[in-house]
Design a protein around this ligand. Structure first.
Ligand code: F3S
Length: 474
């Protein structure tokens, strides 16, 4: 039996691709094991978002090749590079990783991974000569989208799942390479997503995290592709996501639906109303805004303006009481001035985002931003990043403090650690709870204190073990 080990890097969308690959490997009778050094085949599912993700991906490939545990990689072991970096750079990498890699597969080969492994083995059988160049299985642009019955083995804890409702992206953001990697936006049908969700809830999943490059564009691509542009506007334009949320909300059971990766340009009052009326949709939205100054939004081609964003956030807060808003900003994009940064700081102070991340702009080969004049010096980017992070740390403290005394419904992640409705997995803060609470279940807890981004739901004066360890180390 062929033993395969898979290393999954990058975002939740890549993780779903890894899950699909593992599902197909199981279906083909192959054994999936965690120890790379013991596997016949190692797949590294890579990320290529920014330079540091590419470096991390290459680092993992080299580490597998050198096979740390056994000093030298077993000669017969095969190494397959999958995912975003393979999809985008396989031709260049074929030369630079000639000795390390046996094959490259892209985003559309995730369901064909087992026959590809068989093919590599068949090709190598009885061969003794020098190693040949890696085989490149990638064929053109990515168009694949999974369905509800696509074999898949979940790699997340049993109580939460990622549900990929669409793939690809049609936005022109000048800093981002992802549309060139993942292709044009294509949505699944409402029915396909609902069938998958029903199955997950039957399996005991307590949180469905809806993901894609832009979840608010869900269903809009089918409208764009209508055969005759003069056909009256299809009712699915802009309403597919609201239909989906209402149908998911109607599934019986106690679970959260979490909407991740929404683009501000496609929010509507109907979506705000739908979230407000669907109690299973978490009072949490992830809406990357990237900037607030019109100068920056235009250069980034964000299809929004400062006024539009300010008004949208007001409408969201007014329409969905208790909503926690998560956003991300980029500092140091070409042409950013001190005045742009000052405007952003004012906006952050005024809006008090419950959750906020800041990225330093990374000049990515192949993007329009990379070729723009007025690139910002690294130390200026760094200073701007620190400024925003310090500002948000203060706000996060105030936000955390506002929870003290409240009773929150939380989902227990592991002994002593839970997440609230305002905390997405792997991104946001944690709620420290008594260790005896059941893992994978919802419980109501009273918030007794906080530490920066994290909340405490412990008897007064008690601290989580890791806080004590951190204190001692100081
Ligand atoms: Fe995700 Fe990295 Fe690809 S962020 S979409 S795995 S480039």
């Amino acid at each position: 039996m062929i033993k395969v080990s898979l290393i999954s890097l990058g975002c939740a969308k890549n993780l779903v691709d890894s899950e699909i690959m593992v599902g197909h490997l199981h279906q083909a009778g192959m054994k999936v094991i965690p120890e790379a050094e013991l596997a016949d085949v190692v797949i590294v599912n890579t990320c290529s978002f920014i330079d540091s993700s590419k470096e991390e991906s290459i680092g993992h490939i080299l580490e597998v090749h050198q096979n740390k545990g056994m000093k030298k990689r077993r000669k017969e072991q095969k190494l397959i590079v999958a995912g975003c970096m393979a999809q985008r750079f396989s031709k260049d990498l074929s030369n630079s990783l000639h000795d390390e890699v046996d094959a490259f597969i892209g985003l559309d080969q995730v369901t064909k991974v087992a026959p590809i492994i068989e093919a590599i083995y068949a090709k190598e059988r009885g061969k003794n000569g020098p190693k040949e160049a890696p085989v490149n299985f990638i064929e053109g642009k990515s168009t694949y989208i999974p369905d509800y019955d696509t074999p898949r083995f979940r790699l997340t804890p049993a109580h939460f799942a990622y549900v990929k409702i669409a793939e690809g992206c049609n936005h022109p953001c000048t800093f981002c390479i992802i549309p060139q990697i993942r292709g044009r936006h294509r949505s699944r049908t409402v029915d396909s997503v609902v069938q998958e969700a029903r199955q997950l809830v039957r399996e005991g999943v307590k949180e469905l995290n809806l993901i894609s490059q832009d979840t608010t564009f869900f269903g809009m691509d089918t409208w764009e592709q209508r055969p005759n542009p003069r056909t009256p506007v299809d009712s699915s334009r802009g309403t597919a996501l609201t239909t989906l949320l209402r149908e998911l909300n109607a599934i019986e059971g106690d679970f959260w639906i979490r909407l991740l990766y929404t683009h501000p340009a496609h929010w509507s009052d109907e979506l705000i109303k739908t979230i407000a009326e669907c109690p299973k949709v978490a009072r949490y939205i992830d809406i990357p805004l990237q900037h607030i100054s019109d100068n920056m939004l235009a250069r980034m081609q964000r299809e929004t303006s400062g006024d539009y964003i300010r008004d949208l956030i007001k409408r969201i807060r007014a329409g969905i009481p208790g909503i926690a808003v998560r956003t991300t900003f980029i500092v140091g994009f070409p042409g950013e001035t001190d005045a742009d940064v000052a405007e952003l700081c004012e906006f952050i102070k005024a809006t008090k985002f419950e959750r906020l991340g800041v990225f330093r702009y990374s000049q990515e080969e192949g993007t329009r931003g990379a070729k723009m004049p007025d690139q910002i010096a690294p130390k200026v980017k760094e200073a701007r990043w620190h400024k925003l992070m310090a500002l948000q740390q203060e706000i996060a403290g105030q936000v955390s403090k506002s929870y003290v005394g409240q009773t929150l419904k939380v989902l227990v992640e592991e002994p002593g650690v839970a997440r609230g409705e305002a905390d997405a997995p792997d991104i946001d803060g944690r709620v420290y709870v008594p260790r005896e609470l059941p893992v994978g279940e919802f419980v109501d807890v009273k918030i007794t204190g906080y530490q920066d981004y994290d909340l405490l739901a412990l008897p007064k004066g008690e601290q989580p073990a890791e806080f004590k360890v951190a204190k001692q180390a100081q």
